[in-house]
Design a binder for this molecule. Structure first.
Ligand code: DP6
Length: 326
């Protein structure tokens, strides 16, 4: 039976960088994110006896062999759970460029997991779905629940799941994703995290994270935007500090990235409440409240090197949709 799911990308306010267990994708720390309304993946899965093999097609790009293998590994885990050995046809499309730090693996594995279980007619709890999505790509578990989401690191697979802290309607926080570069990133997040322990600053990061999770949760609870923005920027810079001091160093920033970071700090001095965060790529997410959107967009337009801006509100989590891709 064909089933189609739409899943948002998410932007981490407190980042996941490093695994305690690579196979299960258990993270070294808990993380917090917001789902993005305009950056999402739609995936149709059809498990059927008619197929002799799995086929995986990306409509607006090409999957590498590695990405195909990883998708098949996810299908295998799902097949084991549904106790069925049918092959699947998977067709998928993204609304945003792949491999640019816009977290296509999060929305991709979230949509795949939801569509695959639905195609097999298997109903799981949301918690269980987040656990399966996590094994595909860690950050994908955060794209399942609604709005503002906490991924509990946990010590076991069952304990490492994501849940909603607040719905997407709770607070009008926005994320303008400023695209300065659409080339594939050179080192994937999975590969990059493998050498995290070579950074002499990892221990300091891990020691600071529980406090940051608390500050972020409290800023959300009180809708205190300056505390939220400060902790988001602090954690972004801290994660990149660890990345940049790994051996070999991982430097995802380009000139365009740094131009925007400097500009944001300058705009804040002028009184505009906007903060930046960056994942494993050169593109920059600007975080602000809805009432400041016009002012933020006016400012971005003055910058050199901006290719595209994707303006996001907080969004619902992964869900089934009626229109299939094939
Ligand atoms: C920098 O979830 O892509 O975006 O589990 O290896 O697939 P894998 O990693 P992935 O890592 C995301 C890293 C990040 C920070 C974040 O989103 O928390």
């Amino acid at each position: 039976m064909k089933a189609t799911a739409q899943a948002p990308a998410n932007i981490a306010f407190i980042k996941y960088w490093g695994k305690a267990d690579e196979e299960l994708r258990l993270p070294l720390n808990s993380s917090i994110s917001m789902n993005l309304s305009e950056a999402y993946t739609v995936t149709t899965v059809d498990f059927s006896r008619e197929y002799q093999t799995d086929s995986i097609v990306l409509l607006d790009g090409v999957f590498s062999d590695k990405e195909k293998e990883r998708t098949i590994r996810s299908l295998n885990r799902i097949r084991q759970k549904i106790e069925n050995n049918m092959y699947a046809r998977v067709v998928t499309k993204n609304t945003f460029p792949k491999g640019t730090g816009a977290a296509a693996s999060a929305s991709g594995f979230a949509a795949l997991t939801v569509a695959a279980f639905a195609s097999a007619g298997k109903k799981l709890s949301q918690k269980e779905i987040t656990i399966f999505a996590r094994m595909g790509s860690g950050s994908a578990c955060r794209s399942i629940p609604d709005g503002f989401v906490l991924w509990e690191k946990g010590k076991t697979s069952e304990e490492s799941y994501a849940h909603s802290l607040y719905s997407h309607e709770y607070w009008d926080v926005r994320d303008a994703l400023v695209i300065v570069d659409t080339n594939m990133k050179k080192v994937s997040t999975t590969e990059g995290m493998e050498s995290i322990s070579t950074s002499p600053f990892l221990d300091a990061r891990l020691a600071a994270l529980p406090g940051r999770i608390d500050r972020c949760t409290e800023a959300l609870a009180r809708k205190n935007f300056s505390i939220l923005g400060e902790v988001i920027e602090e954690d972004c810079l801290d994660m990149h500090h660890v990345m940049q001091t790994q051996v070999p160093p991982l430097i995802y920033w380009s000139d365009g990235t740094k131009t925007i970071m400097d500009a944001v700090i300058g705009w804040r001095k002028e009184g505009l409440a906007v903060y930046f965060t960056i994942d494993a790529g050169p593109n920059v997410h600007l975080i602000y409240e809805g009432q400041n959107e016009r002012a933020v967009l006016e400012k971005i337009k003055t910058l050199y090197g901006v290719q595209r801006i994707i303006v996001n509100k907080a969004a619902a989590g992964a869900h089934l949709v009626d229109t299939h891709l094939f």
